[in-house]
Structure formats: C-alpha cells, structure tokens
Design a protein around this ligand. Structure first.
Ligand code: NAD
Length: 487
C-alpha cells in the first residue's frame, strides 16, 4: 500500500522516482519504518512548478462547471477509497483508524463543497460618477499555488488548499509534511484517477527548509498557502524573494471560558474532546481553561473522570480508540516540558502526567490525557502552544478577568465559551480577540464559514466562499461607452 508510493513524486501527471536522498517515515505507534520519501531536488521542484504553469491557462479557461465536475469526481473517488487511505494516514500519523477514516470522508466533502462554489464566482458592476462609464469587477485565478502543510491533519489541510485552488482555476504544487507524506501522495493517486489534467496537481516531498523554501522563493509561484507553526510562517513571509500572495494558517493557544451559568456536563464533554482529540495535536485545541470560581472544583472533578475514560491504543489495531500515538517524539517532549514547567511553578496534577503502561505502548509516542490546575500565566502551558494532551486550568472571579486572561496571548486562532446566559454570551463573544469563537460547542471550524487566525495565528482564510477568494485576484475593468451614432 505504502510501498508503491515510497520515494515517488507526482509531477506533470507522472509518477517519478525522486532523484534525491531518502528520508524514512515511521509509524509513531511502533517506531517501525513504513516507507521512505525522496528529498526532492531543485530540478524536481522546478519541473513541478513548470508543469503547474503549463497547465494553468487551459485549466483556468475551462468553464467553471467542468472544473466543478472534476472536483465532484475527485470527492467521490476519495470517499470510495476511504478505508485504504485512512490506513495510510494512521500508519504514518498515529491517529485511530476510525478518526482517520472520518478525516478522509471530510476531504471528500470538501471536494464536493468547492465543486458547488466553483460555479458561484460572481463579479460586480459598480456605478461611476457619470453614466458613460461603468466599473466591472471580475475575479480571476491567481495562478500557480505552492501549498505547504503540517502533519496533524494530513488529508484535510492538503485538501482545503487543493479544492479551493482547483475550484478557483489555479494549479498547485503540494509539499506535505515529512512525517505524513503518503496521505498527500495517495490524494494524488485519486487526482490521477479522476482525470484531472496532468500538471494541475503536483506533489513534491522533502525537508521544509529546502523543498518548501524552494517553493517560497520560486519566482513562478504566485501564491503560498501555508499551514504550520507561527515561527515557520513568519520565516516564509520574510524570506519570499518576490512579492506573492500568502495565506498563513499558524499556531494557536486557545482558551475555554466556563461561566457559572454553563451546562457543566456539556462543558466538560467539550473540554475533553477539544483538548485531547488527536492527542491535542490540533491548532484549535483547547490549551487553557478559565472556570468561574463557583463551579471550579466541580468542573475539575468531572474533567478528571472524563479524561480518565478516554481509551488509548495503536490506531491500526484499535480502530475505535479515542486516542492513538502522538505523531513523533517532538510534540511528546514538548508536552513533558510544559508539564514539568507547570508543576515546578506550583500547578497541581489532576490526572495523567505519564505514558500509559503496557507492552503495546512501549515503542510508540504515547501519553495520557493530562490536566493541571491552579495554573498562572507564567507557566508555558498557559502561554505557549503545547500541541499535546495537556491543559492548564485556573479559576476566575469576573467576566472581565476571564476575557483579560483569554486575550493575554500573541495568538488569535480559536476560543471557546460555555455559558447559558445570553448576556454573558454576547459580552464574551464580542470581546474575545479571535478569528473563531465557538459557544456551547467545540467545533470552531465548519466547511461553510471562513476559518482563519488573527495576530500571530496568521493571515487569510480557509473554508467557505472566503476560502476560495484567497485563490483569486480582482480585476477592475472600467468601460466607457458613448450613445450610438444615429440612434
Ligand atoms: P511546521 O511549521 O514545522 O511545518 C509545517 C510545514 O512547513 C511542513 O511541511 C514543513 O516541512 C514546512 N517547512 C518547514 N520549514 C520551512 C521553510 N523554511 N520554508 C518552507 N516550508 C517549511 O509545523 P508542524 O510542526 O508540521 O505543524 C504543527 C504546527 O502547525 C502547529 O503550530 C499548529 O498550530 C499549526 N497548525 C495550524 C493550523 C491552522 O489552521 N491555523 C492547522 C494545523 C496546524
């Protein structure tokens, strides 16, 4: 399954054996090597960009309904192959098989959503100062997109860029994360099957600092669509050698506020899901929780029970486990570091704090869902993105205090509120400085609405109509007409 993709690049509609060195890809649940990727050479990156450039004009000139039909075919093929593709994802990323399957199916839905959007790209006619002039504003695809993606959602984070690009009429070169390249290559197999013309979609693999950077610096790449850390996002913004459009979906440090009027059971359920799902390796994961003092002890007691109920397993052998392995040693080490920092600064351990015991966990990157309480903002868990199954909790005495704590961060991706009182809901949602605020639920991103961060969490949007407009330029056509002679 993976062996047929090992060392392969997808350039100009052909599967190429990468000429560069090989980088092993491990199953994070066992440490076994599942395949190798090629470190793409400069020539290969140039070939992929050239293929995308050559394919651009014909693809952009297709009537939108034909691009929509291609995206519909792609979505249907992906959904039909969800079992195989999910297995590939679990083997390289660690999340349980059922969850991986759910992500593949959502990628299929994204293809269908953008197929529908493709035929709804409207322009505007704007009145001028005199009636003999009219301003027409039309939208045109930007051109060649370089997409650079992380490892936590290997299908969706590639897919949102791919679908919106293709719907808009752009062509794309994808550079997936080194940890999870095979899901992207499996998506390219579906692109090939769907009959999307050669060169419209290309995949190159290899280290971000070389292959990703080559796309950023490439003069023939018109836009970079990046999801990843704020550090690399800033570096990308600063290192582009030509002016190009960028959308940067970056890191977060997301707060949850639980007021005294909240449905506490719902808040606990939401907190356990959004803090620990995918082992906390979610940009919109809840990192820190502020609880009204009146319900603080009860919330902690219930959260401890909810966290301890979550099952952990090898994602292939236990497809329905709540949690799988973390994707690599690095996020696990950071989780341990943030935990040690909190405990050294006076936090108390409510639950978790170590790897689960047993032979099945011995070789993988596993950790138990961990809650620390009595936290303060000098602790890393409250101020930095942990990207692991660890959350810090602290009490608050008034809504203004909760808001001040929640906004006390350079990040602005997602925030969460549990409250039943609508006055509280309005007060909090209008003051939280975040691109996404979820109230009495923890699904801050849905396909139909724009999703993006503020501050160091990024610029630009994915999802929704706005997500497609990120791949389009406006063109203003100002037309003068005279009354016809001899009318
Ligand atoms: P990362 O920034 O280390 O890497 C992301 C991608 O960038 C990878 O493909 C990597 O190879 C590439 N890259 C690295 N250096 C590069 C360079 N100099 N030039 C070009 N490309 C380069 O991030 P990661 O560890 O893979 O992912 C975790 C991060 O992603 C977290 O911070 C998380 O919050 C963020 N994230 C954000 C969102 C969002 O929607 N805002 C979604 C998921 C993940």
């Amino acid at each position: 399954m993976i062996s047929e993709l090992s060392g392969k690049l997808f350039i100009g509609g052909a599967w190429v054996n990468g000429a560069g060195g090989r980088i092993p890809v491990e199953n994070p649940a066992t440490g076994d090597v599942v395949g190798e990727i090629a470190a793409s050479t400069v020539d290969e990156v140039n070939s992929a960009v050239a293929a995308a450039r050559a394919a651009f004009r014909p693809w952009a000139d297709l009537p939108p309904r034909l691009r929509a039909a291609a995206l519909k075919r792609l979505g249907t093929l992906i959904a039909a192959d969800a079992d195989r593709m999910a297995r590939i994802m679990t083997l390289e990323q660690g999340k349980p098989l059922n969850e991986a399957r759910g992500e593949i199916l959502k990628l299929g839905e994204a293809c269908h959503f953008y197929a529908e959007e493709a035929v709804r790209v409207h322009g505007e006619i704007i009145p001028n100062d005199t009636n003999d002039h009219q301003s027409l504003v039309i939208r045109e695809p930007i051109g060649v997109v370089g997409a650079i993606t992380p490892w936590n959602y290997p299908a969706e984070l590639v897919g949102w860029k791919l679908c919106a690009s293709l719907a808009a009429g752009c062509t794309i070169v994808i550079k997936p994360a080194d940890l999870t390249p095979f899901t992207a290559l499996a998506i390219a197999q579906k692109v090939e099957e769907s009959g999307i013309p050669a060169g419209v979609v290309n995949v190159v693999t290899g280290p971000g600092s070389v292959v990703g950077q080559a796309l950023v610096e490439h003069p023939d790449v018109d836009k970079i669509a990046f999801t990843g850390s704020s550090k690399v996002g800033l570096q990308i913004q600063q290192s582009a050698t030509t002016v190009k459009r960028m959308s940067l979906e970056l890191g977060g440090n997301c707060p949850l506020i639980v007021t005294a009027t909240a449905d506490l059971d719902a808040a606990v359920k939401g907190a356990a899901r959004r803090s620990f799902r995918n082992m906390g390796q979610i940009c919109i994961a809840i990192n820190r929780v502020y609880v009204a003092r009146a319900v603080y002890d009860e919330f902690l007691a219930k959260l401890k029970v909810a966290a301890e109920k979550l099952t952990i397993g090898n994602g292939i052998e236990t497809p329905d486990a709540d949690l799988g392995a973390m994707a690599s040693a690095a996020p696990l080490a950071k989780t341990r570091e943030h935990l040690a920092d909190a405990l050294a600064k006076g936090a108390t351990l409510v639950t978790g704090g170590s790897a689960p015991e047993g032979a099945i966990y011995a070789r993988g990157h596993f950790f138990r869902p961990t809650v620390v309480a009595g936290c303060s903002h000098d602790m890393k868990v409250m101020s930095e993105e942990t990207f692991g199954p660890l959350i810090g909790v602290m009490p608050f005495d008034g809504l203004d205090e909760a808001i001040a704590h929640a906004n006390d961060t350079p990040y602005g991706l997602a925030s969460y509120v549990y409250a039943k009182d609508m006055d509280e809901v309005r007060y909090l949602t209008t003051r939280l400085d975040y691109g996404n605020v979820a109230v009495n639920n923890v699904d801050a991103g849905v396909m139909n609405a724009p999703y993006g961060g503020r501050k160091q969490s990024g610029v630009g949007y994915e999802h929704g109509r706005e997500g497609m407009l990120e791949y389009m330029n406006f063109k203003h056509i100002r037309v003068r007409t005279d009354d016809p002679k001899g009318r």
